[in-house]
Design a binder for this molecule. Structure first.
Ligand code: NAP
Length: 293
């Protein structure tokens, strides 16, 4: 049982299996739609016809599918095979998902690692690739060398929610950037401009803005918010113009209204003279109303 099992052969699962096989590991694969394993099998991977068969072949089992409901559906088909396995779940999910799956798999006798892949499938196994892990420390140290084939293997700690929360933070930053860019593109098009012509200047602006983030982070961590050259009151007015101007141009304002509302709340709370970093506490819901679902 020295091989590795990969459950789920979508874009990401296929990249994981291909990379592991390319590094010389014996890889067994299973996917709900059987045909998706054909290409890997043609390159030497072993096809498993059922989930129990797939799990029985390896101590180390990676799973990467659409969501945790699918993970649970798959592993439930082989719950009696979980004992003695290391399950590395690289599916995106919430902290509650990770906690619940960790508890369920460990009760059934498996060691559980929750993970988050920080790159697209094309980059798996390349220099730029990083994968976050948390959960069973012994399982991680035993398999760290194997997992490093997929990208830099970063272990965050035993708490099973660590990777999920970090991944959701990264996705928040990424989707925030894309949301802003989609609004920019729609505004440019409303004026008959070519998005390709303006995009290099947008890229340069975002690079300058993102270079400010370490300083913003220091303010957030220290809770000391200096009076900046660009204060929240000024930005609230600019955002009101982004909302109103978009609507005048026939562009939807649904992406920008929430950020305008947050700045409005900041000004009402007396944070108008401060830097954007002062807005973070406004997003922090008191512990007592945290959702656990
Ligand atoms: N692609 C990326 O850029 C990227 C980057 C980082 C992380 N991720 C994460 O990686 C995970 C997989 O993403 P992906 O890009 O591989 O998605 P994908 O290409 O859409 O593949 C989805 C996979 O999930 C399987 N699946 C869905 N529902 C299922 C169910 N009920 N039972 C069994 N299998 C089911 C599909 O099986 P069928 O083939 O039978 O439909 C397929 O193998 C996601 O959690 C995603 O957030 C993706």
């Amino acid at each position: 049982m020295n091989g590795i099992t990969v459950l789920g052969l979508g874009a990401m699962g296929s990249a994981l299996a291909t990379t592991l096989a390319g590094a010389g590991h014996e890889v067994s694969v299973w996917n709900r739609s059987r045909a998706r394993s054909d290409a890997l099998v043609a390159r030497g991977a072993r096809r498993a016809e059922t989930v129990p068969d797939a799990l029985s072949r390896s101590e180390l089992c990676l799973i990467c599918v659409l969501d945790y409901a699918a993970v649970r559906e798959i592993l439930t088909q082989a719950s009696s095979e979980l004992r003695g396995r290391t399950i590395v779940n690289l599916t995106n999910g919430t902290p509650a998902d990770a906690r619940e799956l960790s508890s369920w798999t460990t009760k059934l006798g498996a060691r559980y690692l929750d993970g988050a892949i920080l790159v697209t499938p094309e980059l798996v196994g390349r220099e730029a690739s990083s994968v976050l892990y948390c959960g069973d420390a012994g399982a991680f140290s035993e398999h760290a060398a194997t997992l490093s084939v997929l990208g830099k293997a970063i272990y965050l700690g035993e708490e099973p929610t660590l990777a999920a929360v970090r991944e959701l933070a990264f996705l928040s930053a990424m989707f925030g950037m894309f949301a802003g860019y989609l609004q920019a593109a729609a505004l440019l098009r409303s004026q008959g401009e070519r998005v390709t012509e303006v995009t290099p200047a947008i890229v340069a602006l975002l690079a300058e803005m993102s270079a400010l983030l370490p300083e913003t982070a220091a303010q957030i961590d220290s809770g000391v918010y200096p009076a900046p050259s660009s204060n929240n009151r000024m930005m609230q007015r600019a955002l009101a113009n982004v909302v109103g101007g978009s609507e005048q141009q026939g562009v939807g304002s649904e992406l920008v209204r929430p950020i305008h509302a947050l700045f409005e709340r900041a000004v009402e709370a007396g944070l108008g003279d401060l830097d954007i970093s002062a807005l973070v506490p406004l997003l922090e819901v008191p512990e007592s109303v945290h959702s656990t679902s």
